[in-house]
Design a protein around this ligand. Structure first.
Ligand SMILES: *Cc1c(COP(=O)(O)O)cnc(C)c1O
Length: 390
């Protein structure tokens, strides 16, 4: 069990409001805010270079902590400024030719689909979507039927941005890799709220953000690339960190996933991300995940009891996102109304997950995403506010 009073005491933002947007941008614990601000102050005192040099061990420890969280070697992790940056850094470096196929998922995120479409236009490859099964999860039989040697990459989304389902990633990855396709996992909504083990999942690459369930600063993200694969890849863009200028006419790529990183970065944010991941590890990821799932299940059950509410989550295994609509009310109006009562939820629009929302004829859903620091009193206040919507 998590120590909820400690989690709340560590989270200055959670008092006096009901915060249900950890799927968007969570409330960081105090240690994350202090770590980042202290570093900014230090930069102002002695300059960014000397300030960073003082923290070299801590900077290296960021990847060590992420590696511990996802069961990966620190050398297989590249830090970046967002999940989409990491996803595209990998994706644009996969060679594609006319006739190649890229498979995306029915609940794939818009940024991933847009990148796939752009590369398809340029290369003559084609993008196809693996449909969802009747439960809403990725249809493994359909994937098996679609896969062939022309499929170069399968884009899987662990937990979609617009609902609580968990896709069968390990099974899908096995099917894809058996046919020789690369598997790129969007773990943006699972990092920090579900166990992530890259070896067990069997993915070639994985991208995630810092600001959502990991409770890190904005402008942080990371990419994992399987080490033997990274050694064979040449990123689309290079700088003097991802490669070394070794002769007037030559350069050498950096070892490991570092070849996907540029030199310049927001050091304060990066240190904050390290603090966030360590904070999760100290609190016990399994306990935190269980607390999130328990809160989301409670919300799904109690919201469904409200007459005008329809819970929109699909799938057979559920995570911490609770999506719903209320008859006769616009999701944006619901969000704005709840905000006046110090309750934070967000809206997920059709354009973020176009295929899935079009399938279900939904223009938008309200998204409530409780982290472990949210109390059951908060959840009750929220559901009473939803029940009382005019
Ligand atoms: C938020 C989100 C992203 C994008 O993350 P950024 O850090 O904004 O790039 C990608 N995929 C999913 C499923 C998301 O929810």
């Amino acid at each position: 069990m998590v120590n909820i009073s400690r989690l709340r005491a560590d989270t200055p933002g959670c008092e006096g409001q009901v915060f249900l947007d950890s799927a968007g941008s969570s409330l960081p614990p105090r240690i994350v805010v202090d770590t980042a601000i202290d570093h900014l102050r230090r930069e102002a005192e002695i300059g960014g270079y000397r300030a960073a040099n003082e923290r070299l061990d801590d900077l290296a420890a960021v990847k060590t902590a992420i590696g511990t969280l996802i069961n990966a070697d620190p050398g297989s992790i590249a830090l970046s400024d967002s999940a989409s940056r990491s996803w595209t850094d990998f994706f644009y470096s996969v060679p594609l030719r006319a006739g190649d196929r890229i498979l995306i998922s029915g609940a794939d995120y818009a940024s991933n689909a847009i990148a796939a479409l752009q590369r398809a236009r340029r290369s003559g490859a084609v993008v196809e979507a693996v449909p969802s099964d009747s439960s809403g999860q990725l249809d493994l039989d359909a994937l098996t039927a679609m896969i062939d040697e022309r499929v170069k990459l399968v884009s899987l989304v662990h937990v979609p941005t617009n609902g609580g389902l968990v896709n069968p990633v390990a099974e899908a990855a096995r099917i894809a890799r058996r046919a020789g396709a690369l598997v790129l996992l969007d773990a943006c909504q699972s990092a920090g709220q579900l166990p992530l083990d890259v070896a067990e999942l069997g993915v070639d690459a994985l991208s995630a953000t810092g600001r959502k369930w990991l409770r890190g600063p904005r402008g942080t993200g990371f990419l994992y690339v399987r080490p033997d694969l990274a050694a064979t890849m040449e990123p689309e863009r290079l700088d003097l960190h991802s490669a070394a200028w070794t002769a007037p006419g030559d350069y050498t790529l950096a070892a490991g996933a570092a070849r996907f990183e540029f030199w310049e970065c927001d050091v304060a944010a990066r240190l904050g991300l390290g603090a966030a991941v360590r904070y999760l590890l100290e609190n016990g990821p399994a306990e935190v995940y269980a607390a999130i799932a328990e809160r989301a299940a409670y919300l799904r059950k109690t919201l469904a009891e409200i007459p005008r509410v329809t819970v929109r989550d699909r799938g057979t295994q559920h995570a911490g996102i609770v999506s719903f609509t209320v008859d006769g009310l616009d999701p944006v109006a619901i969000r704005d109304r709840l905000a006046t009562e110090s309750i934070t939820v967000t809206v997920s629009h059709r354009s973020s997950t176009l295929l899935d929302m079009t399938d279900r004829a939904l223009p938008a859903v309200v998204r409530a995403s409780p982290h472990a620091f949210v109390s059951f009193e908060d959840l009750d206040r929220f559901r009473h506010a939803v029940a009382a919507l005019p």
